[in-house]
Design a protein around this ligand. Structure first.
Ligand SMILES: [Zn+2]
Length: 59
């Protein structure tokens, strides 16, 4: 069973649509009031890419 992405707009509780992913944050936009919703849960793909990047980026 996959995890349901149930992030809703804090202003009107409408479901946000996926907008874009930046750093480890995924952004959603509410269609009803154009509020930008930030989710802390990164997609699995971005998470693994972050790990590979940190491993090769040694000081
Ligand atoms: Zn809204």
């Amino acid at each position: 069973m996959g995890q349901r992405d149930d992030v809703v707009c804090p202003a009107c509780c409408s479901e946000g649509i996926h907008s874009f992913v930046k750093q480890n944050f995924s952004y959603k936009e509410c269609l009803a009031c154009q509020t930008l919703i930030v989710s802390h849960r990164p997609p699995a793909e971005a998470f693994s890419r972050y790990y590979q990047g940190s491993e090769s980026a040694k000081y």
